[in-house]
Design a binder for this molecule. Structure first.
Ligand code: LLP
Length: 433
């Protein structure tokens, strides 16, 4: 096992992904390519849903935050596993619809939905629209009234938690483009406005405190603040909030320096806290929703590249360049995210190099990582970057007019194309002049 159990080494000394030889996958599908172990995602979906139902009750729902990895096949998988989904754009809604995802299990997010987004969402029959602010509430109320329907909503609330200090800080994340803050009084204002709006059914509240969080405490702080707020609403408005969506954000192990995390234990810990706060504040336990993205799909993925130039600059560093880079994985350039890399055809050899892994874009910031440990690399080797299932394909671009890699799903010893490789023709298809 390397970092996660579906990454291993076979008798040829090659990396395997979900039991399949990564070097053979690279030969068959070409590089760069995203490889996704379907069983790893399904196992994680079951873990989340099982733990959520066991801890919060049978009506608990897990929503897959589909911005993490988005294509029709993943929506089909989420539907089969009984999950709901979080969509954040017309494009995600459209993809979900094309996949036949049940609309009533769609939660539509976003801090600036256009009127078209809102009317498309209503017409699709999405289960909940997560309303961000007063402007949007008014626009939605207009659209719903025009159609003579009542749309169920959640309100996006900012609890004011900084997940990295895990203290509720009054200024912290209140300064956010998302949601309405409790501390400024705007959250109560939007609750009252929603209750008074035509065509609106206020089902519940939503919060999301951040991403790649390993500690349960910030979720406990958020739950505490949200449940107090639900109690305040009951007292001030005589209205009972039915649903509480605690967002996503649990962390993922990218390198051996990251902690292992048990999602089952984390959910149990959060549930214990939610139950006790409900008792303390005298409110009925709401239907609880969790909204993980990264932790459902990140570990399942790996990206395969072919090594090109290997350049040693004496006294400085060794650059290993691959046939991909920031267009397929912008996360180092954006966030200095750390990954584990290895030479798939030398996976059993010691990592005796320290390298900068570079892409092929015409930009010096086009790096997949620095100071990465790697086996000695030469032109033609297959290089794998592990744990790329989340926010890689979904954030990929055509920078330098580089076609996006395919997404290959592996399952039970078989591999199939889920998203085909883009062609140069795809790259020019919208150029009309
Ligand atoms: N719910 C809401 C409302 C969110 O905004 C997000 C992530 C999630 C759920 C899922 O969070 P997760 O479980 O994946 O942490 N591009 C960045 C991550 C941005 C996350 C944005 N919102 C990255 O590559 O790290």
């Amino acid at each position: 096992m390397i970092i996660h159990e579906h990454f291993d080494i076979n008798e040829n000394g090659h990396l395997t992904i979900g039991g399949l030889d990564a070097v053979e996958l690279a030969e068959r599908f070409g590089t760069p390519a995203y490889i996704i172990d379907e069983n790893a995602i399904r196992a994680r979906c079951r873990e989340y849903l099982g733990a959520a139902r066991c801890e919060f009750g049978e009506d608990a729902l897990v929503l897959y935050a589909s911005k993490a990895l988005c294509f029709t096949g993943i929506y089909k998988l989420a539907a089969e596993e009984g999950l709901g989904i979080d969509c954040v754009s017309g494009g995600e809604l459209y993809t979900a619809k094309r996949a036949g995802f049940p609309a009533e299990r769609i939660y539509f997010h976003g801090n600036n939905k256009t009127d078209r987004d809102l009317s498309d969402a209503i017409d699709m029959g999405v289960g909940r629209i997560v309303v961000d602010n007063l402007d949007e509430l008014a626009a939605l109320s207009r659209e719903a009234s025009k159609r003579g329907i009542v749309q169920s909503i959640l309100l996006r609330i900012t609890p004011g938690i900084d997940p990295h200090t895990h203290k509720a800080i009054v200024t912290g994340n209140i300064d956010s483009k998302f949601g309405s803050a409790i501390a400024t009084g705007q959250a109560m204002e939007i609750v009252k406005a929603a209750l008074a709006s035509k065509g609106i059914d206020l089902a519940g509240l939503h919060c999301h405190i951040g991403s790649q969080i390993f500690d349960v405490d910030p979720f406990a702080d958020a739950a505490d603040i949200m449940i107090r707020f639900i109690a305040d609403i009951k007292r001030e408005c005589g209205y009972e909030i039915r649903e509480l969506n605690l967002g996503g954000g649990l962390g993922v192990r990218y390198t051996e320096y990251d902690r292992e995390i048990s999602y089952t234990d984390a959910i149990a810990d959060i549930a214990k806290i939610v139950r006790s706060f409900c008792v303390t504040h005298g409110i009925k336990m709401p239907k609880v929703l969790l909204e993980p993205g990264r932790s459902l799909v990140a570990a399942a993925g790996a990206t395969l590249y072919t090594v090109g130039s290997v350049k040693q600059i004496p006294g400085f560093r060794t650059y290993v360049s691959v046939d991909g880079g920031m267009p397929d994985n912008p996360r180092y350039a954006l966030y200095q995210s750390q990954y584990t890399a290895l030479i798939a055809n030398k996976a059993d050899k010691p990592k005796d190099l320290r390298v900068t892994l570079a892409g092929r874009c015409c930009e010096s910031g086009d790096l997949i990582g620095e100071n990465m440990e790697l086996q000695s690399a030469e032109r033609g080797d297959i290089l794998a970057v592990l744990v790329t299932g989340a926010y890689n394909y979904s954030m990929a671009s055509n920078y330098n007019r580089i076609p996006r890699p395919p997404v290959i799903m592996v399952k039970d010893g078989e591999a199939k194309v889920a998203v085909r490789r883009e062609t140069y023709e795809d790259i020019v298809k919208n150029d009309v002049l």
